[in-house]
Structures are given as C-alpha cells and as structure tokens.
Design a protein around this ligand. Structure first.
Ligand code: 5GP
Length: 250
C-alpha cells in the first residue's frame, strides 16, 4: 500500500497521519525528515523513519505491558504503524532526569545536574508561538484541561519515566529527558500518543564518558555531530535484544 494512495489527514514535521476505513483508527507514517529549532534547521536521513517507527513500537508495547494506555495498535510496515484516533491535547509534556537543553539555556542550572524527582515542564504546543513554557497559573488561565486531567497527565508521565528509565538502563542507556504528547481516544480515555523515539527523547550511552560520543539522540543533528542514523540504530539494536518482535497489525 503506497502512502500516496491513502487520504492524508495531517502532515507534521516528522510524521504523516492517514485516514483508514475505521473511524477509530489512523495510520502513522514516520518520515526521514529531521527538523530542529522550530524547523529553522531541516534535513533528511535515510533510515530515520524506519528506526523511529521500530523503536516507538517496542517502547509503546513495553508501556502497554506495564499498564500504560497508548494509542499504538501495531506495526503495518517498517515505517508505518496503526494507532487509535485521538484528540491530541496541545501540550508537550516534558520530564527531565538530568539538566541539559533548554533548561540550561534558560536558567543557571548546570548541564549534567541530576534532578530527582524528575522535573515536569509543560509547553503549549503551537509552532507560531514557538511552544512556550507554561506556568501552572498560565495553564489555569488557558483553561485547556481540568485539574483532574492535569493530575492524570502528571501521573502518567511520571509512570512512563520510571518504566522507560528502568528499561533503557538494562542496556546501558540513560534517559536524560523526553517529550510526550497525550490525547483522548474515541472511548474518552487518556492515552500516550505521538511517538517515543530518539527524536523525542534524549538518550546517553553509559558505555562512554565522551560528552559528544555518548549522545545517541536528535541532539546529534541539533549540534551537528553527525552519525544520527548510526546512533538511532545503536539504540534499536540494544533494545531489540531485550524485547520480543513488535506485533504486526492485521
Ligand atoms: P528541550 O526543552 O531541552 O529543548 O527538550 C526537552 C526534551 O523534550 C528533549 O528530549 C527534546 O527532544 C524533547 N522535545 C521538546 N520539544 C520538542 C519538539 O518540539 N519536538 C521534538 N521532537 N522533541 C521535543
């Protein structure tokens, strides 16, 4: 099935979402495109879409096995997955275990500082506004979600952090920080949506102390370090070794 024969519902920077015959399901195609800094920097990497799709599948199945609801239904092709149709809440839910990235650009907190319990930062997802950081007071004025929903989102994100951190540490990978998106499916349930991949997580290799070599995520592209596909492949190979094959959606 070629993606150009399907009805495109939405095209984002790294994925395309297609309609299916079932109103409760969508097809998610992972692209090779890479963007950073609100798409000011763009490139394409052969193999990135496939790797992010396969890594996301493994991580979604892991979360599911630990009782975390996600939109994932199964793999359709190497860069294509079936997912529940959800209304995405326009929030980027970021959890930070180690300070780096924007936290260190915007505050005097030193890069590498361990943060426990993990810091939860919510951003309003809007390219035109450049995804601004929200305070709890702003979130309340915005009137986007109820207090109850906020608590659900925080609890789910913290649970995801524990599960992913523990899992990745088994193969000497450190989950530095990550971004989740959540949505409400057609049954009204809150689920983890979007993707969980080295595009959306910072992952460092415990097997090397070199500050650049240890980076196995999209920071390789943001910082012009090269070797992005090799780094994603390294993550995939390590986690594949301790997981069963992702299920094929039929
Ligand atoms: P930071 O706020 O330091 O830029 O990002 C924190 C974490 O969230 C990183 O793991 C980063 O990859 C992820 N993240 C934040 N915003 C975005 C975004 O717009 N797109 C993607 N792919 N990841 C993001």
């Amino acid at each position: 099935m070629q993606s150009d024969q399907k009805l495109l519902l939405y095209e984002g920077k790294a994925k395309r979402i297609f309609k299916t015959d079932d109103p409760d399901r969508v097809l998610v195609e992972y692209k090779n495109d890479a963007t950073a800094f609100n798409a000011l920097k763009k490139s394409e990497f052969e193999g990135k879409g496939r790797l992010n799709c396969q890594i996301s599948s493994i991580l979604f199945e892991l979360l599911e096995s630990e009782g975390v609801p996600t939109h994932y239904l199964g793999i359709v092709d190497e860069n294509l997955m079936m997912a529940q149709k959800v209304d995405v809440i326009p929030l980027e839910v970021v959890l930070r275990n180690i300070a780096t990235g924007s936290l260190c650009r915007e505050t005097p907190i030193l890069s590498g500082t361990e943060i426990s319990p993990a810091l939860l930062d919510l951003y309003y997802k809007d390219d035109a506004l450049q995804d601004p950081l929200l305070t709890n007071a702003r979130l309340e004025v915005l009137n986007l979600i109820s207090k109850e929903r906020y608590n659900q989102i925080e609890n789910l994100a913290r649970k995801v952090n524990k599960i992913l951190s523990n899992f990745l540490s088994k193969v000497d990978l450190i989950l530095v920080d990550f971004k989740l998106e959540m949505g409400v499916n057609t049954n009204g349930n809150l689920v983890v949506a979007d993707e969980i991949s080295p595009d959306t997580c910072r992952i460092w290799d415990k097997r090397t102390k070199d500050l650049n070599d240890r980076i196995l995520d999209k920071d390789r592209f943001r910082k012009d370090l090269g070797g992005i596909v090799q780094a994603y492949e390294e993550i995939f190979n390590r986690i594949k070794g301790i997981s069963s094959n992702p299920r094929i959606y039929k």
